[in-house]
Design a protein around this ligand. Structure first.
Ligand SMILES: [Zn+2]
Ligand SMILES: [Zn+2]
Length: 171
């Protein structure tokens, strides 16, 4: 099975799981039955694992993460339920964000209520690479734009705390 076939199959699995988890939420909160099963879309780039569109009643997930084992395991079930719980909390309580209503739904479904995933996003499409620099007091992660300015000698950067110049950290 090619990598692309695997991703396609995982997309179908996640889309089916959205329906299953939605019905689990409806079973716990029958008022949700007045809304249709949310639509599913796929994000081609970026570092977030998922997104919930409250107005369009759609959940979206990071497609490139599906190619990775850790990404797939995080998306299903945690991110799937995370985004569905945003829609459910909005419909039931008008709530937005990671408030107590959202957290209660995550707990009901038996999943951790974390705002963000802990995955390494280096190399994902649309995610800027970060370069490690250091000063006297610690480490700094610089964008490629800043890193190139320093390399070309057109700009220097200083730490806000110790005022020391940032220099490239050993890899
Ligand atoms: Zn969220
Ligand atoms: Zn410093």
């Amino acid at each position: 099975m090619s990598g692309e076939e695997r991703v396609q199959r995982r997309m179908r699995t996640v889309e089916a799981a959205v329906g299953d988890w939605w019905w689990a939420l409806v079973a716990a909160h029958p008022a949700l039955g007045r809304r249709p099963v949310p639509g599913v879309e796929w994000l081609a780039r970026g570092s977030s694992a998922g997104r919930a569109d409250l107005q369009r009643w759609v959940v979206a997930f990071n497609r490139p993460l599906l190619a990775r084992e850790d990404g797939y395991r995080t998306l299903l079930p945690e991110t799937v339920v995370h985004e569905l719980a945003h829609l459910a909390a909005f419909h039931l309580h008008g709530s937005r964000g990671h408030d107590r209503h959202w957290r209660a739904l995550m707990a009901e479904m038996g999943l951790p209520a974390q705002r963000t995933h802990g995955l390494d996003v280096t190399g994902l499409p649309g995610v800027q690479r970060r370069w490690r620099y250091r000063c006297a007091c610690g480490e700094h992660a610089l964008s490629t734009t800043r890193h190139n300015r320093i390399r070309r000698g057109t700009q220097r950067y200083y730490c806000n705390r110790c005022r020391g110049e940032l220099v490239r950290a050993e890899e």
